[in-house]
Design a protein around this ligand. Structure first.
Ligand SMILES: [Cu+2]
Length: 152
């Protein structure tokens, strides 16, 4: 019995932090494609460490390459950066600063403007986070409290 409770609580403790992270569907309904204004899409959005970018597209139609600022400007697709091609590419934002992503297929970047640049900032300033974070710490406290009781 105690083990079952522990198991359930452990799962809750693992799942709850995922609520804090935001998953950004790049291009929203349009996904990752050509002739879409990704700068307009990114404008007004706040990206934080722990969030994720999801690039959705028909497999084989596009790709996602993380590049530096210079390669972004030039649409230069050097192989060393790693290329994602699954059509459902999830990129966790792990560090602060500017991130650049381009499509490596044909001239999608040059001609189709299939490129995205974002800035990952620290802190959690969005309203949603502010309301969720205290709830999360409340949960953790409750979980440890119940765990302590169960363990006795
Ligand atoms: Cu493409």
């Amino acid at each position: 019995m105690a083990f079952t409770q522990f198991f359930v609580l452990a799962i809750v403790a693992i799942l709850v932090p995922s609520i804090l992270a935001v998953e950004f569907m790049v291009g929203d309904d349009q996904g990752w494609t050509t002739n879409y204004d990704y700068q307009a899409w990114a404008k007004g959005k706040e990206f934080h460490v722990g969030d994720k970018l999801v690039f959705k597209y028909p497999e084989g139609a596009h790709s996602v390459i993380k590049v530096n600022g210079t390669s972004f400007q030039q649409c230069a697709t050097s192989a060393g950066n790693g290329i994602l091609t699954s059509g459902n590419d999830v990129i966790p934002l792990e560090t602060l600063g500017n991130k650049w992503y381009i499509c490596g297929v044909a001239k999608h970047c040059e001609v189709g403007n299939q490129k995205l640049s974002i800035t990952v900032s620290e802190g959690s300033s969005s309203a949603a986070r502010k309301s969720i974070a205290p709830m999360y710490y409340g949960w953790i406290t409750a979980i440890f409290g119940i765990l302590a009781m169960v363990m006795v």
